[in-house]
Write a protein that binds this ligand. Structure first.
Ligand code: DLZ
Length: 516
């Protein structure tokens, strides 16, 4: 029977559930570029360009197979600008007997789909792009006091058999993170990023994005993401060869002007459907089994995907819509303007924001321990930080962004995800990067105008949140240290912090560099 199959922009996988029983003789695949999706937050220009280009290539490949694709472009004169409007129009155009979709990645779109069900013969299929279904995660979470990633991850290892020797973890341990925190030696030159020259389709999209969303954050020149499955597989293969053998060791390291290091750069493609989570994990396991990469590297990488990625997605669906509403540390400060402009004299933040603007990418430690850590210890309002992350990264959809930022980065969930906030002083950044060497502030100084702001903001954060956090066993060490500080030192911390925080402005026009 004639079926209309709607493929959303992050479902670009040939084996997506929507297409499993596709009949090219009768069915129509619908894909729509809509303004509402490009502007519900003002996404980074590269994020929109990546997705539109990937959508157009995916449609082209389906057509080459003989599938009828009804592709609505952003500029089509009748385009209503929303998923709902376009689905309705397409339904009238094609008068199908039914409409098939796959569960969306975001709650926002899930709610839209509930409305469509009222007026259309709609079938919503389970999202098969994840190894753990929503129902399965909820069954795992049911009745558990805490929902720790590590427990979930071990369960997933056993269930998939990935890096297992029978019932035991490969190498006798579940986790090799202790070996994965090395600073990057100066002598090591990380591999070049595999860059893709935009073809005619992508160039047209880049022009469209510049014309329509030119005032959004981020640069478009230098766009070099792969936008097809074929090219995404090349990135994966390149990573397995050049990156993965050192990924584990240096996954937490940071270096000025080296944004990519040994990272895979596959998250935008994975989250848009060009790559599949299981195939990626299996490929990494194979590289280990064939002796091409050490175990700590394969395990560290697989944990990111089989563990973290599946876990945050499960948690998102299990806890939405309430999850986003908590603010456990009552953080209310506005997001400083420098998150958009990059104008700050803190070299670490300047570097991480600069590469985010240039590439719509930063790696997990830059996101967590520099950009996120600052937002945490400066007490920035969760909703503003969350929106920033959703806007600026090419891989960001709410299912992955929200738990990571709300829970992991800001501890706004009061400990659902992490047993303690990931607050750190400048010493951590100094240990894991070369940023501090080129900084106007001195990471060794604890107080005063030229001291690294992370140093006093860290202690100020502990002071301000003592009521909520001092009883946390995982924070007993720093709170004991804080007790030994005495009133004078504590007053100095508070004074430094408020002087610095007062110089931050959320307002572009009032912006002034906080000069040391
Ligand atoms: C992110 C995004 C953007 C910018 N534009 C579109 C679009 O025009 N059409 C589309 O189908 N999807 C787009 N997306 C991805 C959707 O926002 C994503 O599919 C939903 O958030 C559901 O996860």
């Amino acid at each position: 029977s004639k079926t209309l199959r709607l493929i959303l922009g992050d479902q670009l996988h040939r084996r997506i559930a929507t297409l499993s029983d596709l009949d090219p003789d009768t069915d129509i695949v619908l894909m729509v570029e809509v303004r509402a999706e490009a502007t519900y937050v003002r996404h980074h220009k590269q994020k929109i360009a990546f997705l539109f280009a990937a959508m157009r290539h995916f449609a082209r490949d389906l057509e080459a197979e003989g599938v009828t694709v009804d592709y609505v472009r952003l500029g089509d004169p009748e385009n209503t600008g929303s998923f709902g409007g376009e689905l309705e129009r397409a339904f009238e155009r094609h008068t199908p007997e039914r409409v098939v979709v796959t569960e969306p990645g975001e709650w926002r779109v899930w709610e839209m789909m509930q409305d469509w069900r009222e007026s259309l013969p709609l079938e919503i299929r389970e999202d098969n792009r994840f190894l753990c279904s929503r129902a399965r995660f909820e069954a795992w979470a049911e009745g558990r006091k805490s929902l720790r990633m590590e427990t979930f991850y071990r369960d997933m290892r056993k269930r998939t058999g990935l890096l297992m020797e029978g019932a035991e973890p490969e190498g006798g341990r579940w986790n090799f993170d202790a070996e994965n925190r090395k600073a990057l030696p100066k002598s090591l030159e990380p591999p070049e990023r595999l860059a893709f020259q935009p073809d005619a389709i992508t160039r047209e999209v880049i022009e469209l994005v510049e014309a329509e969303f030119g005032d959004h954050f981020g640069r478009l020149d230098g766009f070099s993401w792969p936008v097809t499955r074929k090219d995404a597989l090349k990135v994966l293969a390149g990573f397995l060869k050049e990156g993965l053998p050192r990924f584990g060791d240096y996954q937490d390291a940071m270096r000025t002007n080296a944004p990519f290091l040994y990272h895979a750069l596959i998250s935008p493609m994975l989250n848009a459907g060009l790559l599949d989570a299981e195939e990626v994990c299996r490929a990494a396991e194979r590289a280990y089994r064939e002796g091409r990469v050490p175990l700590n590297c394969a395990e560290g990488f697989i944990r990111q995907i089989l563990g973290w990625r599946e876990y945050v997605r499960g948690l998102y669906w299990a806890r939405m819509p309430d999850y986003a509403r908590s603010n456990a540390l009552s953080a209310t400060r506005d997001l400083p303007w420098f998150y958009w402009s990059g104008e700050t004299e803190m070299a670490c933040l300047e570097a991480c924001i600069g590469q985010t603007r240039d590439h719509a990418y930063a790696h997990h430690i830059q996101r967590l321990m520099v950009l996120g850590n600052f937002a945490l210890i400066a007490g920035i309002a969760p909703a503003q930080v969350e929106e920033w992350y959703l806007v600026v990264y090419a891989d960001a959809y709410e299912w992955v962004e929200l738990p990571n930022v709300h829970g992991m980065v800001l501890w706004a969930d009061g400990g659902v995800m992490g047993s303690k906030p990931y607050a750190a002083s400048g010493a951590y950044i100094d240990r894991m990067s070369d940023y501090c060497r080129g900084c106007a502030y001195d990471v060794k100084l604890k107080a005063g105008l030229t001291a690294c702001p992370f140093n006093y903001l860290y202690w100020n954060f502990l002071i301000e949140n003592a009521e909520r956090l001092s009883g946390n066993p995982r924070l007993s060490m720093p709170y004991r240290t804080l007790e030994r500080f005495g009133p004078k030192r504590r007053a100095e911390i508070t004074a430094d912090a408020s002087r610095f925080l007062d110089t931050l402005s959320a307002d572009q026009s009032a912006f002034q560099i906080a000069s040391p």
